[in-house]
Design a protein around this ligand. Structure first.
Ligand code: G3I
Length: 380
């Protein structure tokens, strides 16, 4: 993939926003000023404008109820982001409450919002071991697993064809503790590692224009287990590329943990270079910074969170094939990290994991991200 095409993709996104500005300008009377603001996200003062200086994207995970009913969230998204990704509304358990019967309502609302405001949309996720519908048997023979997986990928990717610029096709397939490095998911048990190329091939047939990604977590972290995860990731990507499987990029989730996060910039940079050498783009897809292990004072938490994120993003954005950064929510009101006992703070204080505080004001993390974007190496 040559840089001008990729950059063109970004420029095309900006051009689409400019075009949207035209319709948005016309539609201002109808849609309100928001549409003009969103079309300028990449040229305004939000994080998308900092990312766009080197042709990169900044985006965020969203939930359609928040965009519909929460004007504050809507304004934050339109000010900061040029791309949206559904936090859960394109997952199998939400889309298909019964076999073969799909309700695309949530994802369609997000797609309509993105199109109305000149934003790009990313799909998440087609094949995963979690968020599976309750009716799906958790043990399948190879023939049934292949049929059900390919039918699902085809139904969803074809429904959003032309509206989604990229997909997390396979999510979290690796388990560093397993002898073969692979998570023993329903798909792995039924089909072996070939479920991965099968999923990508089905996605490419359903939406030949979308960029197709493999997505995983902890790839930034410097522990022996994550050394295994990085090696297994490269092994999978290398085989997919060698076999001519349609894959365009790696998604690095970026769920960081301040205060207990061994990080080695050189090791992460070498990993990024190895992925780039496979002629793949690299996207941080779900960034947030857990502060659950940090002392309570907010100023101290904010500084430590911003410091770690700045370190990781400076390394990431020094890589010319790094195409952008997506956070898993924009404001601390939204973070999933308060939802689960395994992730929330033991003192039950709300986490300060995202670029905006609970009132939508930029925090030190926002500043660290903006500065990292401003210092980024130009894309190749
Ligand atoms: O299921 C209901 C749905 O019927 C209802 O319409 C909707 C609105 O009330 O809520 C849904 O509830 C939950 C949803 O989050 C919204 O809160 C789902 O039950 C719950 O499973 C879902 O959790 C999501 C989780 O993935 C599982 O899909 C989290 O929001 C989301 O942050 C989390 O995101 C994952 C990424 O996909 C992959 N990487 C890790 C990341 C964090 O776990």
């Amino acid at each position: 993939m040559t840089s001008h095409r990729r950059a063109g993709w970004t420029r095309r996104s900006v051009a689409a926003r400019a075009a949207a500005l035209g319709t948005a300008a016309l539609g201002t009377a109808v849609l309100g000023a928001a549409s003009c603001r969103s079309a300028l996200a990449a040229q305004g003062s939000g994080l998308a404008s900092h990312a766009a200086r080197t042709g990169r994207l900044f985006g965020t995970a969203v939930r359609s109820p928040d965009l519909t009913y929460n004007a504050g969230t809507r304004d934050e998204v339109l000010r900061e982001a040029s791309l949206l990704v559904p936090e859960y509304e394109m997952k199998w358990e939400i889309l298909a409450k019964s076999p073969g019967s799909y309700d695309f309502g949530g994802g369609d609302r997000l797609a309509a919002f993105a199109e109305r405001h000149g934003l790009d949309l990313r799909g998440h996720t087609l094949v995963w071991h979690l968020a599976l519908p309750s009716w799906l048997p958790r043990q399948l023979d190879a023939r049934e697993a292949k049929r059900l997986m390919e039918e699902h990928v085809t139904a969803v990717a074809s429904h959003y064809a032309g509206r989604v610029q990229s997909w997390d096709v396979v999510n979290e397939a690796i388990d560093p503790q397993a002898s073969d490095g692979m998570r023993t998911s329903l798909w792995m048990q039924a089909l072996g590692p070939d479920y991965i190329p099968l999923a990508f091939a089905a996605a490419a047939r359903a939406d030949p224009k979308a960029k197709l990604y493999y997505n995983d977590y902890d790839l930034e972290c410097d522990t022996p287990d994550q050394d295994v995860r990085r090696a297994k990731t490269l092994e999978i990507l290398t085989k997919l590329r060698r076999d001519g499987v349609p894959i365009h990029g790696l998604g690095i989730q970026g769920h960081l943990q301040a205060g207990r996060w061994p990080y080695d910039a050189g090791k992460f940079a070498r990993f990024l270079r190895a992925v780039s050498a496979l002629d793949l783009d690299i996207l941080i897809t779900e960034m947030d910074v857990s502060d659950r292990l940090l002392p309570a004072p907010e100023a101290e938490r904010d500084a430590t969170v911003a410091g770690l994120a700045g370190d990781v993003l400076r390394t990431f954005l020094a890589e010319p094939r790094a195409t952008g950064v997506l956070t898993w929510g924009l404001s601390d009101r939204q973070t999933w990290l308060n939802d689960l006992p395994t992730h929330r703070r033991t003192d039950n204080l709300p986490q300060r994991a995202l670029p905006l505080d609970r009132n939508g004001r930029p925090k030190p993390l926002w500043t660290a991200m903006a500065q990292a974007f401003d210092a980024a190496t130009p894309m190749r």
